[in-house]
Design a protein around this ligand. Structure first.
Ligand code: FES
Length: 207
């Protein structure tokens, strides 16, 4: 697999590694695609809301370590508002790209940072726990990468319809039966949505 020099540097000499004692916020996320995990710890200035320190622990592949290293670099010294804009695309760019099958690793790193920020905001009354809605489903689907090209299924317009009524999620996917990634994508959708207590059933339809 072809990795950029930056990916290799961050993998072999990762920044901000380690457990943080008494963090102000923490989040652990796993990737349904591969089972890898990342934990992000934040130290946040209570008055300025600047991220003064950030650390991570990785239980995953080389790209998992490299993307967590770069995401934590990007977040350090930023205000919460600035850090909320850090996306997996920023991480990819800062690493000079990733192979398509490894793009989900950057999604995992960026996502874990965002969850840690969100946990801080919720626990400090800076935001309400958002209601589960179609928008939540769409946000989750934006984290699912089509491994063949390394783009998310929303950007690729593979999602034709999203419905949510009485706990039932309905998704129409524009993926043909001969597509080798169809089952993987469907499985990932289920794993991303099953964690919400509001979701009782998930139906995924194909053409
Ligand atoms: Fe899954 Fe890298 S995080 S293979």
């Amino acid at each position: 697999m072809q990795y950029s020099q930056k990916v290799l540097d961050h993998f072999m000499h990762p920044h901000n590694v380690g457990k943080m004692e008494n963090p102000d916020a923490v989040a652990t996320e796993g990737s349904p695609a591969c089972g890898d995990q990342v934990t992000v710890f934040l130290k946040i200035n209570e008055n300025s809301h600047v991220i003064e320190d950030v650390r991570f622990l990785s239980y995953g592949c080389a790209s998992n370590i490299a993307t967590a290293s770069i995401v934590t670099d990007l977040a350090k010294g930023k205000s919460l508002e600035e850090a909320k804009k850090i996306s997996w695309r920023d991480a990819m760019e800062a690493l000079d790209g990733l192979p398509p099958v490894k793009v989900h690793c950057s999604v995992l790193a960026a996502d874990t940072l965002q969850t840690a920020i969100s946990n801080y905001e919720i626990s400090h009354g800076l935001k309400e726990v958002p209601n589960f809605s179609k928008a939540t489903i769409e946000e989750e689907l934006k984290k699912i990468i089509y491994p063949k090209v390394g783009e998310d299924i929303i950007s690729l317009k593979m999602v034709k319809y999203i419905g949510f009524t009485d706990g039932e999620v309905l998704i129409d996917l524009n993926m043909m039966s001969f597509d080798q990634y169809r089952d993987n994508v469907a499985e990932e959708i289920r794993e991303h949505l099953e964690k919400y207590p509001e979701v009782k059933e998930i139906k995924i339809n194909f053409p």
